[in-house]
Design a protein around this ligand. Structure first.
Ligand SMILES: [Zn+2]
Length: 278
């Protein structure tokens, strides 16, 4: 790819929202922004692509901010598009840098080599993942077991078919937050997917590496993006989700470190990964 002659402007790969470190809740937003560091230009895509779900999770950053404010909780949000590198994929996942997304070819990614993938990993993916580790460590030192709440949004139409769900709860085997949240959402009349439209068991994703491996309570919440595309929608969903989350977080067993199996890794692999993470 053609590099511009301008020197690269400094680009911080993540944004932190400060909050109560002993409060027991850390919000995460993997797909918060459609932005690209200057050196990458537009990856050969037209501006319309950067308003679409392939570039980021529409509404997710605003919802994360609103929830963090309600809980006075810290939050970590990425500042780069998932088209550059996907923070919610494992470091060796073949879809870490997408060549094609929802039928759109990404010219700036089509011919990149391993060195370029490694470069993006070091500059953008790793600092975000390191910030999660560092923040959970600080929170533990402050005397709590941090629960990770990851906020995403999904596109209402996928490959031509409308999706019925308004929200989704994605989880692997740790059901501490998933069960009560799913129940609460459904009881309040929200059409909620249980590991639909995506399965929450994915080796190496943010919840796997930072929730499943260290045994921290965690949940990934997806909201259909048209419902949180404006400020009114965000406010409405933050108000709806906050008490349900509060209730789920108060359930017995949430305030402790507990190791669950995973549907994404066999017991031996999981034990090995947990050992290397220590
Ligand atoms: Zn997402």
């Amino acid at each position: 790819m053609q590099q511009p002659s301008l020197p690269n402007a400094p680009f911080a790969p993540l944004r932190r929202i400060n909050g109560r470190m002993a409060g027991g809740v850390l919000f995460l937003c993997d797909h918060a922004s459609p932005a690209l560091p200057q050196a990458y230009g537009d990856l050969g895509l037209t501006p319309e692509h950067f308003t679409r779900h392939i570039a980021y999770d529409i509404g997710a950053a605003a919802l994360t901010e609103a929830l963090a404010a309600r809980f006075e909780a810290p939050a970590l949000l990425t500042t780069f598009s998932r088209l550059l590198i996907d923070p919610n994929r494992g470091s060796d996942d073949p879809t870490l840098v997408m060549r094609i997304s929802d039928r759109a070819l990404i010219p700036g990614n089509a011919r990149i080599d391993e060195a370029e993938v490694a470069e993006r990993k070091v500059r953008y993916w790793q600092p975000y993942r390191d910030a999660i580790d560092e923040t959970t460590r600080t929170m533990k030192a402050a005397g709590c077991v941090p629960a990770l709440i990851s906020i995403h949004s999904f596109t209402p139409i996928w490959r031509g078919s409308p999706r019925k769900w308004q929200a989704a709860v994605l989880w692997d085997c740790d059901d501490r937050l998933a069960k009560p949240l799913l129940q609460g959402l459904r009881a309040s009349g929200i059409e909620t997917g249980d590991n639909e439209p995506y399965d929450g068991a994915l080796r190496g994703d943010t919840m796997f590496d930072h929730g499943t491996l260290p045994g921290l309570p965690h949940i990934l919440i997806e909201i259909r993006q048209d419902l949180i595309a404006d400020a009114a929608g965000v406010a409405e969903w933050a108000a709806h989700l906050a008490p349900l989350l509060q209730q789920a977080l108060a359930a017995p067993g949430v305030q402790e470190i507990k190791h669950y199996p995973s549907r994404a890794a066999d017991a031996a692999t999981l034990a090995r990964l947990r050992e290397t993470q220590k």
